[in-house]
Design a protein around this ligand. Structure first.
Ligand code: FUL
Length: 740
């Protein structure tokens, strides 16, 4: 009895819910609920006011700044001398104005990272800015950033690491009090705090002990002092997407089973080590599906718990001079945009201030370029002015509302109709390659499957299909030209409510074919854009191409090593990203004991060593095929070379009678006549056990010096017993050979 009372108290404290499930951010599932009732309940879980406000921010800034900035580390150990903290040109206004220009809506500052150093003059420790020479110990980074945020109209939040490698009482109950005291300082002395961000790291402190965090006490403190602040990641309002790569889930449900909010599990699974921006596969938060019908069927309760994608603009979270030229390109950032904000998540982008206390010029430029890209693409809704028809509508929820940004006006199908279509007549044919759709999440997240169709040659043709929409879904596809477009909601948990629909055209997409590599005599490079009416320009001398460069009309033939740099422009003047391909004239030659089959002899003389691995399509021209014989390939380097590894890649596609080799032998020679063995291996995988259409690399290792290498792929020659081609000639396919 007491326990369940406490549970309800906890729920209402965290999610502030009332009693009617129709509009709560938390809904309990009863054991007697049918699957249909559970789905209906899920459709009625809605964001709390603070979650809704948070979600609307879309794009927020993280600033990792602290002692690590000056020690050039990612994780300090707490023994650092505070005197090291000494930014020379600290200017929070420079940060915040750059963020504002880039469209960022909130700044989260690392008030304290794992090293325990505080960016504000805490009364509870000397390990802070007050012991540093910066502003004679009178400075306060938290205050300066908050003031700049107020001035430029951005929201403000704090990251406070519970893990503290400096604090002597860490590992005892007293530490929880210390932590709450620090939280209280931050939440009482700086005006409105919009977010508190906790990570899951829990390591050892200076006395070798770990801390048992009193999360409930921390949450209570926040709710009491800043009731509107969201508590993120290690907290009840916002969920960590599960990766620090910048890429969220394709199917992203904001309504998830309450059981997946286990804080211990988050701590265990999240951010255990300094990240370099790679995907870290960890525990439950990583699974592809957190909230489909399948996942909610056995839930005890459902909660609105939206996802946040955190990623750094640089490889590290903190600033390192050595990473100045590794700032993510606008192209990469734009791709992240599509894969985070465009996948029903909020994007928290880390932009770390440097040792001057400024946002580095390279980061400012990347942010600016990203903003102008977004403006080019999303600033122009090609569906604007379209006439819109729906299969049905609820009273006052007209279909034309979806062209009005924001949630206030929206379209909803007739109550009880879970499948519905919205049809747009653009008035004339238009080219587009990208679509934005938003559900009115104030009513919950309902759409489970939808498709986009275009009207072409007197019928509807589906161009893309996906699952969730949520706050915002942005889909990309190859350009289509059409006058009529249709959104079909194929499955929903309850009557769908769509608040926004837009069509966009991205800048031209340009490709170099091949993208680079080696050739023997000459090579033709095709510059291919995704629309016929694009103008393409290129250079051959490494300089940046523009409209005054060579104009492309036919494949560029090169007979010497060259770098091709190309750019495409569309009729609006929007340009593609510059593509660069490096093509090297080979100094080696390749000969074969048995020539490859005329059907599969590759699209260049050195396809086997052109620096490009064969694609998954064995008939693409990247692969060489031998029928019923071994592959015996000799490479003449023209001079003696030193190497230690030779790798050959083969493909397995037994349905097409292509088998992996029985083994591989590599030999070397200095005169091309007498060969010695470098290494040999056998392939123990029987054909019927090998996975279909799989590429496999075989390598031999040994430090070697030679002018010639001979690689033999031992074919199985005849199709084995029980195979459809039993007794017939077997194929052996190879691409690529690499010598390192
Ligand atoms: C993690 C930390 O360990 C990293 O240093 C970084 O602050 C990241 C955002 O959270 O838990």
């Amino acid at each position: 009895m007491k326990k369940s009372f406490l549970f309800i108290l906890l729920i209402s404290l965290l999610w502030g819910c009332g009693s009617r499930y129709e509009s709560d951010s938390y809904i309990q599932i009863n054991p007697e609920d049918t699957p249909e009732e559970i789905i209906l309940k899920a459709a009625h879980v809605v964001p709390s006011a603070r979650q809704l406000e948070w979600q609307d921010l879309e794009f927020t800034a993280f600033c990792h700044f602290g002692i690590n900035t000056f020690t050039n580390r990612e994780w300090g150990d707490g023994t650092e001398d505070p005197a090291l903290f000494n930014p020379t040109e600290f200017d929070a206004r420079q940060w915040v104005s750059a963020f504002k220009d880039a469209g960022l809506k909130m700044v989260l500052i690392t008030a304290k990272h794992h090293d325990g150093f505080c960016l504000w003059p805490s009364a509870y420790t000397d390990h802070s800015v007050k012991s540093s020479p910066w502003m004679d110990g009178k400075g306060d980074v938290v205050k300066a950033v908050k003031e700049a945020c107020d001035e430029f109209g951005l929201k403000f939040g704090v990251y406070l690491s519970p893990w503290d490698r400096n604090q002597q009482v860490y590992g005892s109950d007293e530490y929880n009090t210390y932590f709450v005291n620090q939280l209280t300082e931050l939440l009482s002395n700086y005006g409105v705090i919009d977010e508190v961000w906790f990570d899951g790291a829990c390591g050892e402190g200076p006395n070798g002990k770990r801390q048992v965090y009193d999360w409930m006490r921390y949450y209570e403190t926040i709710r009491e002092l800043q009731p509107d602040a969201t508590i993120a990641v290690m907290g009840p309002d916002v969920r960590w997407v599960g990766t620090e790569s910048g890429y969220g889930r394709v199917m992203e449900w904001s309504v998830v089973p309450y059981n997946s909010m286990n804080t211990d599990e988050t701590a265990e699974n999240s951010q255990q080590a300094p990240t370099d921006g790679v995907f870290i596969p960890m525990g439950d938060m990583m699974v592809k599906d957190l909230g489909s019908r399948n996942k909610i069927r056995k839930a005890k309760a459902l909660v609105w718990y939206p996802s946040e994608v955190d990623v750094s603009i640089r490889p590290g979270w903190f600033y390192h001079t050595s990473q100045d030229d590794q700032v993510k390109t606008p192209e990469k950032l734009f791709d992240i945009w599509f894969s985070s904000i465009g996948r029903n998540s909020l994007l928290l982008l880390n932009i770390p201030p440097d040792t001057r206390g400024l946002i580095h010029e390279n980061d400012v430029k990347a942010l600016k370029d990203l903003a102008s890209l977004r403006e080019t693409v999303f600033g122009n809704n090609l569906a604007e002015g379209a006439s819109v028809k729906a299969t049905s509508k609820a009273i006052g929820k007209s279909s034309a509302n979806v062209l009005i940004p924001g949630r206030e006006k929206f379209w909803m199908a007739k109550k009880g109709e879970d499948e519905a279509d919205l049809e747009f007549d653009l008035g004339e044919e238009k080219a587009f390659d990208c679509i934005t759709i938003s559900e009115n999440i104030e009513l919950g997240q309902r759409v489970e499957q939808f498709s986009i169709d275009v009207w072409k040659d007197d019928r509807w043709r589906e161009i893309t299909r996906s699952t969730t929409i949520g706050n915002k879904r942005i889909l990309r596809f190859s350009p289509r030209t059409a006058q009529k477009v249709r959104l079909r909601i194929l499955q929903a948990r309850y009557t769908p409510a769509i608040s926004f629909f837009a069509l966009h055209k991205r800048p031209p997409q340009l490709e170099l074919l091949p993208a680079g590599g080696a050739f023997m005599e000459e090579m033709a490079v095709e510059l291919k854009s995704d629309m016929d009416d694009h103008d393409i320009y290129y250079t051959l001398d490494g300089s940046e191409p523009d409209k005054s460069s060579l104009k492309y009309s036919a494949p560029v033939t090169i007979s010497e090593s060259a770098q091709i740099r190309a750019i495409a422009y569309d009729s609006r003047g929007a340009s593609s990203f510059i593509r660069t391909g490096t093509y090297t004239k080979a100094t080696f030659s390749i000969t074969y004991k048995y020539p490859p089959s005329p059907k599969y002899q590759g699209n260049s003389q050195i396809v086997l060593m052109d620096g490009q691995n064969g694609s998954s399509d064995f008939s693409s021209g990247d692969w060489l095929g031998w029928e019923g014989v071994d592959m015996v390939t000799t490479i003449d380097f023209g001079e003696v070379k030193e190497f230690k590894r030779v790798t050959a890649n083969f493909v397995n596609a037994v349905g097409s009678w292509i088998f992996l080799p029985r083994g591989m032998k590599v030999e070397y020679s200095t005169d091309g006549k007498r060969f010695k063995k470098m290494g040999e291996l056998t392939n123990p995988v029987l054909w019927d056990e090998a996975p279909e259409t799989d590429r496999q690399a075989f390598s031999v290792y040994r430090s070697t010096k030679a002018k010639f290498i001979r690689v033999t792929g031992v074919s199985i020659k005849t199709c084995p017993d029980k195979h459809a081609g039993e007794g017939g000639k077997a194929w052996l396919f190879c691409d690529e050979i690499t010598v390192e």
